[in-house]
Design a protein around this ligand. Structure first.
Ligand SMILES: [Zn+2]
Length: 271
């Protein structure tokens, strides 16, 4: 599943191809995404210039002259920038044709992705309005993390994955950040000290930064935004390493299920 680093990598890869370009047409081949692509959307966006390429949580935001396209990759989606006459593949659902002759092409076998348009302030759109702070902003700091863990009995890993509290910390990165912070994923959030919260905040940023630098982590069907298949796996410490030796101490990595998601940790290194 594309997580924040994949989306950010996509944003960075797409930006030089789309910024300041005009949308010549939006061709929708299959409207049946997570929410059906609105009829009439093509008419609304055609002719508009793309002024900004932003991201909020896992949404790509294409800022147009009179509105914003909110694009989500879902469970299995990817975007490529390809010459418009490139033959379509199975599961290519729409093309955003640009005046440069390139098409931004969306492929999504499982169709949990979405394409929504708003003419209002994008941050106030119902999909974005309730999201917590971005991990790289000043609003997400050690004091904030400490404060949101107070009186909460929920396991710290599940708290991290609650996008109303902080966005972008998906399953892989929550496990990896907790390993680096030496905290057990099943620890009740309220038991974290201020020092734990500070260490965890730094670990979250470090893990995400490294993943963005590596161009994302694990998606087999992920393509870089320029269409190249390059994509290399980040070195993971615990994720999907059940029974294998901890890279720090050699103890076997353990796995458990939390909220129907697999969690991995080292029983020696994490307390
Ligand atoms: Zn260990």
């Amino acid at each position: 599943m594309p997580e924040l680093p994949e989306v950010e990598t996509t944003r960075r890869g797409l930006t030089p191809h789309v910024r300041r370009r005009r949308i010549a047409a939006l061709n929708v081949y299959d409207r049946r995404l997570r929410w059906p692509v609105a009829r009439g959307l093509a008419r609304k966006v055609a002719g508009q210039r793309i002024e900004r390429v932003g991201r909020r949580a896992k949404y790509l935001l294409l800022g147009l002259e009179s509105g914003t396209l909110l694009l989500h990759l879902g469970m299995s989606g990817n975007l490529r920038a390809v010459p418009a006459d490139t033959p379509r593949l199975k599961h290519d659902h729409f093309d955003l044709l640009l005046d440069s002759g390139l098409a931004v092409r969306f492929n999504d076998p499982r169709r949990f992705g979405s394409l929504v348009y708003t003419e209002g302030e994008p941050g106030e759109h119902p999909l974005l309005a309730r999201l917590g702070p971005e991990p790289f902003t000043a609003a997400f700091n050690a004091e904030y993390l400490f404060r949101i863990t107070r009186r909460r009995r929920v396991a710290i890993k599940q708290l991290l994955m609650n996008s109303n509290l902080v966005v972008g910390v998906g399953n892989i990165y929550a496990s990896e950040a907790l390993f680096r912070a030496r905290l057990r994923p099943q620890r009740q959030a309220r038991t974290l000290s201020r020092a734990d919260a500070a260490r965890l905040m730094r670990a979250i940023r470090a893990v995400l930064r490294q993943a963005i630098r590596a161009g994302g982590t694990t998606l087999r069907d992920y393509l870089k935004a320029d269409g190249s298949p390059g994509y290399f796996r980040q070195r993971l410490y615990v994720y999907e390493r059940r029974g294998r030796p901890c890279r720090r101490c050699g103890s076997p990595v353990r796995a458990l299920t939390q909220g129907q998601r697999s969690t991995y940790y080292c029983p020696q290194c994490q307390k």
